[in-house]
Design a protein around this ligand. Structure first.
Ligand code: TA6
Length: 291
């Protein structure tokens, strides 16, 4: 089925006042557009990748590179890449296969509070027989849940992350709060340290915080605080590429590091999840603007 036929089928099956389907910008990525009393949002079937979350009366909470490619099989730069069923560069492709494949939209419902929930599904056999469902609720919060089921006959060590790119005013004025005391791996210089409760940014930052705590992103430039809560996540990844790495990435503008930060609910490094045959695990991240 081609992209136009996919769109036609999606509109036939799920179209309603708060949910329509089209292509994302000038791409051929079939995308669900949500508009309800809480927010506007967008999520494409490619990677089940959430592209936008705009709470009523506020700016988009998610960041997208102006240089992102919106064409399979290249992963989208920004929004919420889903890293699954592994996190990191080893093995290739970095952060797994989920974000570079088309998922199936299984369900789309309006909840009693008027928010919209969509559920996407992907099944793989390589590197292991696994199924994953991602449910996103576009409401007063943006709630993303990824449920993995081990459909194989042997155990699998699952790595996953909801790799959210946040839209901020200026990285050098942004403060991350809530990770105090966490054992932390610095992936830039391969050292480790104990995290401060509040920290800012003055260089490339690529840290794995072994913490289950909620995080607040304090953005004085946009005059807002973003609360990032999570469930069933034993690590939080915080990333800003800074100057040199930004210049090395073709799909990332040289100056774009100023206006983004990644805060990712994850299970990675030594905190991957041992999934027995038939077992399941759900990773959840909840995002809200609190001030
Ligand atoms: O989550 C941080 C990180 O692992 C960084 O090391 C950087 O590679 C980032 O993810 C982006 O990864 P990507 O594969 O999207 O370029």
């Amino acid at each position: 089925m081609n992209a136009q036929e996919t769109l036609f089928e999606l509109n036939e099956k799920f179209n309603r006042p708060s949910l329509t389907f089209g292509f994302w910008q000038d791409s051929e990525l079939p995308t669900a557009y949500i508009a309800n009393k809480f927010c506007k949002g967008a999520v494409t079937l490619f990677g089940a990748h959430i592209l936008s979350y705009v709470p009523e009366g506020k700016e988009d909470v998610l960041w997208l590179s102006q240089k992102s490619i919106f064409a399979a099989p290249k992963g989208i730069r920004g929004g919420i890449p889903l890293c699954w069923p592994w996190f990191g560069p080893d093995p290739a492709p970095t952060h797994g296969v989920a974000r570079i494949q088309f998922w199936q939209l299984k369900d789309a419902v309006v909840l009693p509070d008027g928010s919209d929930s969509l559920t996407f599904e992907l099944s793989v056999n390589d590197p292991h027989p696994l199924k994953v469902n991602m449910t996103v609720n576009f409401g007063a919060k943006l709630t993303v849940s990824m449920t993995t089921v081990n459909t194989g006959s042997t155990a699998y060590k699952l790595g996953d992350a909801i790799h959210t790119y946040f839209n901020i005013g200026e990285i050098t004025q942004t403060t991350i709060r809530g990770l105090g005391g966490a054992f932390t791996e610095n992936r830039v210089n391969n050292t480790d340290f104990t995290a401060q409760d509040a920290f800012g940014f003055e260089a490339e930052t690529d840290n794995i915080y072994h913490s289950e705590a909620a995080v607040t992103i304090d953005d004085p430039v946009k005059k807002r605080k973003i609360l990032v809560e999570k469930e069933n996540s034993r690590t939080t990844v915080v990333w800003n590429p800074w100057i040199a790495k930004s210049q090395r990435m073709a799909d990332f503008g040289d100056e774009e590091y100023h206006t983004m930060v990644c805060v990712e609910a994850a299970n990675c490094s030594v905190d991957r999840i041992d999934l027995a045959p038939g077992a399941s695990h759900t990773l959840t991240q909840k995002i809200s603007v609190i001030a």
